[in-house]
Write a protein that binds this ligand. Structure first.
Ligand code: SAM
Length: 280
């Protein structure tokens, strides 16, 4: 394995600091620094960039992001046991690593960065989707970040990129594709993690679109919740509770009332959400 820095191997770091993985914190660590470097490089150039990393743990991905040339890493970690290990990385890269001891779900990330920033994270599975949704709903748009390079369970990754007509298409796909161009970069097998999770994971790279259809995020969410909440029903039925006159709205935007949610492409959902919130 090629050396990416002069710090000790991650297995030694974990042993030395007693970082036995906690399930409640979604801790599945990546110990192969070549793999973490591959993830960091998927984000694109890090030169001159600030990177926000959620859940650095013992620091495998953090080290790769720094080795790949990031100007600054702001790493948010909830498990205080990891702080001494992260301090060793901060000492090896003076002035380049700030560790924030907090729950990422409660941190206002817009206040953390001033220049161009990327988000890179091997997210804990239990907070991955709420964090992504928060980042996607950032206001104003374009957002404070240039890209997000994130690890998800493969099944969630497929939902992010699925298009109309595909089985995995749903609320997450509509929200993600409304605001970003997203693709699955590569899969990561369970054996790459310590301890290995039960499922395959995937790295997803999302780049915010410069210009997006103007719609109220709340309206889009309410609409897709109603539509996909009863995905087997025709839209004239599933959306009736949202708007009694739904037939007229569907006709106005050119959606057949007999269609089901999974058949409706993202732009049509956005047009319908726009119209519903305009007249609501
Ligand atoms: N980045 C490391 C790696 O790739 O090996 C660790 C990844 S592990 C899947 C997830 C990390 O997120 C753990 O270090 C865990 O303690 C941390 N974490 C869990 N919930 C968190 C939260 N709400 N806010 C910040 N960090 C959290």
């Amino acid at each position: 394995m090629a050396q990416i820095d002069n710090l000790p191997p991650l297995r030694d770091v974990i042993r030395q600091h007693g970082l036995n993985a906690k399930k409640t914190l979604g801790q599945n660590f990546l110990l192969d620094l070549n793999l973490t470097l591959k993830i960091a490089k998927t984000a694109g150039s890090l030169e001159g960039r600030t990177v926000v990393e959620v859940g650095p743990g013992p620091g495998g991905l953090t080290r790769a992001i720094l080795a790949a040339g990031a100007d600054k890493v702001i790493a948010i970690e909830k498990d205080q046991r990891c702080l001494p290990a992260l301090q060793e990385i901060a000492d090896a890269y003076p002035g380049k690593l700030d560790v924030i001891d907090a729950d990422a779900l409660t941190v206002d990330m817009t206040t953390l960065v001033s220049g161009p920033a990327r988000i890179i994270a091997n997210l804990p599975y239990n907070v991955a989707t709420p964090l992504l949704i928060n980042w996607l709903k950032t206001d104003p748009w374009p957002p404070w970040y240039e890209s997000m390079t994130l690890m998800f369970q493969k099944e969630v990754a497929q939902r992010i990129v699925a298009e109309a007509g595909e089985k995995a298409y749903g609320r997450l796909g509509v929200l993600s594709q409304w605001r970003t161009d997203a693709f699955i970069a590569f899969d990561v097998p369970p054996s790459a993690f310590t301890p290995p999770p039960k499922v395959t994971s995937s790295i997803v790279h999302l780049v915010p679109k410069d210009a997006i259809v103007t719609a109220d995020a709340e309206a889009v969410e309410n609409l897709t919740a109603a539509a996909f909440g009863q995905r087997r029903k025709m839209l004239r039925q599933s959306l009736k509770s949202l708007e009694p006159e739904i037939l007229a709205y569907l006709e106005d935007v050119g959606i057949e009332p007999t269609e089901r949610a999974e058949q409706v492409p993202v732009p049509a959902f956005l047009a319908l959400a726009q119209m519903l919130s305009r007249n609501g």
